[in-house]
Each structure stands twice: as C-alpha cells, then as structure tokens.
Design a protein around this ligand. Structure first.
Ligand SMILES: *[C@@H]1O[C@H](CO)[C@@H](O)[C@H](O)[C@H]1NC(C)=O
Ligand SMILES: *[C@@H]1O[C@H](CO)[C@@H](O)[C@H](O)[C@H]1NC(C)=O
Ligand SMILES: *[C@@H]1O[C@H](CO)[C@@H](O)[C@H](O)[C@H]1NC(C)=O
Ligand SMILES: *[C@@H]1O[C@H](CO)[C@@H](O)[C@H](O)[C@H]1NC(C)=O
Length: 422
C-alpha cells in the first residue's frame, strides 16, 4: 500500500500533487472528531468534543501537551457480573475524599494543608467512586472533616462539618438502591457516641452493615445482591479500636489489610503492609486495600502517577499478597491520567478476578470463567448497559496553581515546626 502510494505520488504532475495536498488536508479535517464523538486518546479542544465519561485534558508531565480525551468514570463491576461476594470485587477509593481543591473556607483564614481531590463527594460517587477515606475530628462542638496533624483540627486545616458530606452519601445511596459505599474513617473523635449520632443524623443508620455480620476469620462477605436486598449498603470502618465494642463501628484492622500509604506505596516493585495492618498474606482479613498515592499530593503530577506506574504497583501488590487482588484502590486526583488511568486499572483488576478476562468489559454474565468477549482494551471508556447510568461530571474543576501548591507545602511545614515548638 505505502509503496503504491509513493509511486503514484512520484509520477504525479504538479497539478496532481496539489490535488493530493488539498485532499489530504480535507481528509484530516474531516476525520477530526468533535461533538461528543471523540474516543479516549483522540485529540480534542473542549470537554464536549469527548464521548460520555471522558474529559478533554493533557498530561504535560509525560510530555503530552496536546489535549486529548481522558477517561473519568468507572465501569461498575456489579452491573456486569452480579451476585458474587462483596470481597471479590475491586472498588475505587478516593484518598481524603473531602480534601477538595477550592473547597470554601468556612472557618475564615486561608487553609494551610494539602488537597487530594478536585470534585465534590457527590460527583465522585456519580463517577463510580465507592470508597471514601475521611479524617474526622472533634471541632467546634461538632465533628468536622479536617486534613490536620497531632490529632487536632484547627481553623486552618478544617474543611466542613462531617454531616454535610455524609448527607451527600445518604442522597446517593437513597437514589441508587443497588450501590454499596464504604467509608474508612481516620478517627480522631473522642466524644462518646458522637459518631453514632452523626451517622444517625445524616440518615445513614438505615444502610448500616452490622458489625456482627462482618466476617471475622477471613471468610467471604455476603453476596452484593443480598447486601442490597437487606439494605446493608454502607460499610463503615474506624481506626479507633475502642469503637467496635462501644458503638458497633468496625475496627478497620480486624477486617482489612493495607500496604503502606504515601511514598512507600508508590515505590516501584515494593508492596509491604503498613504498621497497623496484618501481613498482606494474612488469611484472617478478607478485605485488602491498596494505597497508591505519594505523601505530597501534586495535582499536575497525578496524571503521570495514575498511568503506567499504577499498573505496575497493582501487579506488585497482587503478588505481595500471595496473588490476591486488592478490593480497594485508593488514589489522589482520581480523574488524572494519560488516558485510561485508574479506570482501566480497575477494569483489568475486576476482569482478572471476576471472569479471568483482560478487562471487566470482556466478562459475560453466566459464561464460564475465562470465556471472554472480544474487546479492544482501550475502548472501555463509555460504559454501556446498566453500568452506564452516570450523572457525574467528567470535567475537571478547581485547580490549585503550582505556586500556591509550593506555598502551601512551605507554609504547612513552617506550621509543623512552629507547632512542634509549643
Ligand atoms: C509541555 O508544556 C510544559 C509546560 O506546561 C513545558 O514545560 C514543556 O516543555 C512542554 N513540552 C513539550 C514537548 O512541548
Ligand atoms: C493542561 O491542562 C491543564 C488543566 O489541567 C491546563 O491548565 C493547561 O493549560 C494544559 N496545558 C496545555 C499545554 O494545554
Ligand atoms: C475559628 O473559626 C471560628 C468560626 O468557625 C471562629 O469563631 C474563630 O474565631 C476562629 N478562630 C480563629 C483563631 O481564627
Ligand atoms: C469502540 O468504541 C466505538 C465508539 O464508541 C464503538 O462503535 C465500537 O463498537 C467499540 N468497539 C468495541 C469492540 O467495543
């Protein structure tokens, strides 16, 4: 083909060359996509050029400065393969789901902390996030979400009263009766029964998965359809061991193993358990969470992190746990990637465990394990069928500029040093 083409060009006279030139331009112009027709990785100029579930972005950190369509929504695995135990699936978790760039300053002064996400918890859930990591503190005679230190919340590290975010979760569970959400609390609340009151006031008690029914010896969890029927659709874990006995809130480290968070969790090839966790190979915990985010979150770097290195770390953590797939994948800036990002990673994780296929989009309900539909791996961007009912916005919203970011980091450490002096 190429040779023929070159021969033709070679023999063409000037007139023909001009025609060829014009028609080539016409060809490229005509083939450029727009109006929601652009698929993943195709170049675009605005978000609306891209198909559903994609936004128009770039990844300068990988030298990809031209805008292209990037994936922003999960394929919900339970919509493809139903009826397996909860611990067979892998879910997307947002690390510090509440620490949102551009969050309003409710306490007055400029906040001095790190940000980990870019859109509201409602939008995160609508895009398929099913696990939220929330840091809760006693503050202002209430419980607040803060990104703080020394177990104390300050005006400059406070985000908002926790009930606001929990009400967003309630609204989501109420309008999506098949969905299951997990909340993992980094718990600095000391007021007795305050968490119980908080969840009740948010209307979340009716979805509570009872701690008495959680598997304690590494057995399988109930199957997801039964959890939905029973309306046991909210799993809550706390880092405070005392609250399981006093308030019936599951102590995370009885049920879950985790690798080290922060920089050790993104160190290629390594995946070791965090101090609080049993070894990753422990058979007495049936849930496994993979932390995958650097200690210092940088918005513009996240597209690089959430690409090939993520795939490699998933493989490392799978191996480190004795060929067990993590049930939760916790990341920063979940929509940032060089194309498929965390969403493609999740498709592969679920595909492998649920049906032995390269992607969950290759799974066929009712077919024997390993019977896969023929799919193009990089074509899973627009979820179809029951998993396609997304109402979240794919677009990126707020942004903290690089300068602000460094300033914030600088101020944060300055404050840490100050507070250490007192
Ligand atoms: C991409 O853009 C960044 C700044 O956003 C710049 O530093 C870099 O040189 C650009 N790379 C290319 C290949 O144009
Ligand atoms: C890349 O995207 C960011 C938004 O995430 C934007 O601010 C920046 O201008 C874009 N860079 C280029 C080279 O288009
Ligand atoms: C902290 O914020 C509260 C309002 O939420 C305000 O009443 C209080 O004065 C602030 N404290 C400082 C030290 O700014
Ligand atoms: C890939 O995406 C295009 C556009 O949405 C669609 O027409 C095609 O059927 C998809 N291919 C596969 C194999 O899913």
């Amino acid at each position: 083909m190429a040779n023929q083409f070159m021969n033709k060009t070679f023999h063409a006279n000037h007139h023909h060359l001009l025609l060829l030139f014009v028609s080539t331009i016409f060809f490229f112009t005509a083939s450029a996509c727009s109006n929601g027709n652009c698929q993943m990785l195709e170049s675009c100029s605005v978000d609306t050029d891209c198909a559903h579930g994609l936004y128009c972005g770039n990844c300068s950190q990988l030298g990809k400065n031209q805008s292209f369509c990037i994936r922003a929504q999960v394929n919900i695995p339970t919509a493809i393969i139903k009826g397996l135990p909860f611990n067979k699936y892998t879910w997307l978790v947002t690390h510090n789901a509440f620490s949102i760039v551009d969050a309003p300053l409710l306490t007055g002064p400029q906040r001095i902390t790190f940000y980990n996400q870019e859109d509201s918890v409602t939008n995160q859930l609508r895009n398929g996030v099913r696990g939220l990591m929330l840091d809760m503190y006693d503050f202002e005679n209430d419980i607040w979400l803060c990104h703080s230190f020394h177990g104390q919340c300050y005006n400059i590290t406070a985000f908002q009263p926790a009930i606001n975010t929990l009400k967003e979760v309630e609204a989501f569970l109420s309008s999506n009766p098949a969905e299951i959400v997990t909340i993992i609390i980094e718990d600095y609340v000391h007021t007795p029964k305050a968490l119980t009151k908080l969840f009740t006031n948010a209307g979340l008690d009716k979805y509570w998965f009872p701690v008495s029914e959680m598997p304690k010896k590494g057995e399988d969890w109930p199957i997801v359809t039964n959890m939905a029927q029973d309306n046991h659709r909210l799993l809550v874990f706390t880092s405070d061991s005392s609250k399981e006995a006093t308030e019936g809130i599951a102590y995370q480290w009885r049920y879950m193993v985790e690798n080290e968070p922060g920089d050790p969790g993104v160190q290629q090839g390594l995946c070791t358990n965090r101090k609080e966790s049993k070894p990753l190979t422990s058979k007495t915990a049936s849930l496994y969470l993979q932390n995958y985010f650097p200690t210092i979150p940088v918005q513009d770097e996240a597209c690089k992190e959430n690409s090939t290195p993520l795939t490699d770390m998933v493989a490392a953590c799978y191996k480190a746990a004795g060929n067990v797939m993590p049930n939760f994948l916790a990341v920063n800036f979940y929509k940032r990637s060089d194309g498929g990002g965390v969403f493609d990673a999740l498709d592969r994780m679920n595909g492998q465990t649920l049906c032995g296929c390269a992607s969950v989009t290759g799974c066929q309900a009712g077919a024997p394990f390993g019977t896969c539909r023929n799919i193009e791996l990089h074509n899973s961007s627009s979820p179809t069928g029951p998993s396609g009912s997304f109402s979240g916005s794919a677009q990126l919203t707020g942004s903290a500029s690089r300068i602000t970011c460094f300033l914030v980091i600088y101020k944060f450490y300055f404050f840490l040093i100050l507070s250490a002096l007192y």
